[in-house]
Write a protein that binds this ligand. Sequence first.
Ligand SMILES: O=CC(=O)O
Length: 384
Amino acid sequence: MANAPGQRRKLVVSRDLGPDTMSLLYAREDLEIVAWPEDRRCERSWLLEKIAGATGAIVMLSDKIDEEFFERAGPSLKVVSTTSVGFEQVDLHALYRRKVRLGYTPDILTDAVADASVMLALMAGRNAGEGVTLVKEGKWPNFHFAPFFFTGPQLSPTPLSPTRTAGFLGFGRIAQATLTRLTAFGLTHCIYTTNPASPPNTALEASLAARYNTGISSSLRSVRRVELDELARASDVLFVLAPGGESTHHVVNADFLRKMKKHAVLVNTSRGTLVDSDALAQALHEEWIWGAGLDVVEGEPHVGADHPLVQEPRYVQYIGWECITDHLRKLYFRRCVIIPHIGSATFETRLGMVNLAAGNALAGIDDEAMPAELDVAARIASQP
Ligand SMILES: O=CC(=O)O
């Protein structure tokens, strides 16, 4: 819908994008920038009120962009730009029917999330969360250099555990960037599952094995696509890095967790909905697996102190580990390290994301090519 002469088009921004990016937006004198004024999550009623008659919207993963949103916006809306790589908060069918374009922020956060994935694997494996708590509670003197206190499974191979397998549930950009980092730790095998609808890609596997094996320090011996069952059974450290949505809901459930190795560490830096939280809490409580490092939890951000995954750490007896002598008994804490969905939260990456989101919105408003536009038709067609 064309603007009446002299009337400024409206761009609604559901969260302060920081001084650099906001000033870029405010510099556009032909636009009325309507930004949520508070330093907390935007209220839906505000968004629904302000979106009426808008040409564009820059939104967050936490803003539901559904039929009601589009109804309120009316026919003037040309572009929704989400400040995230994920877009499951957007009703793609409703968006597509109205010929609204969708911008998102792929690639730019790949490295930051891969860094965080490795960090969580180490934190959960090596009791980092509990170690920090112990020091804060003044209990360090009780445990100083007790030989096996706060020991955990080593991420890199050792003579006792000469092979180490990294499993990936989902093998897109972030998973591959995570694997690149893990080769520096000497990981020996990589297994992964992808969307079951896509056929095995032997060319990809060969090219990955070639790529990772060309580095002089690379120890990676194989990269293989496997069935879910093998992924659960064979991973020493498992990274959940697949998109959310119905087709991946609770793919990591009690059945999956029961198959995992007792010393395995589970890392989820994708979407909370892929992992059944109750089953994971049970798996940790009953020692089916070693630990979990989570950047995402289903139902977030409403994950309070009473959540089963956030409960106080407890001491338990642990008997043996197949790679260490059977008689070894040690005390350990139940380990679940949770961080509040900050996998992409580096200065550099977040600045890149807000700038990209702003660039997408402005290009959409100006009917230009967007720096990162989702091919909505293709996406809808590929959905199961
Ligand atoms: O989870 C974060 C994102 O989708 O950008």
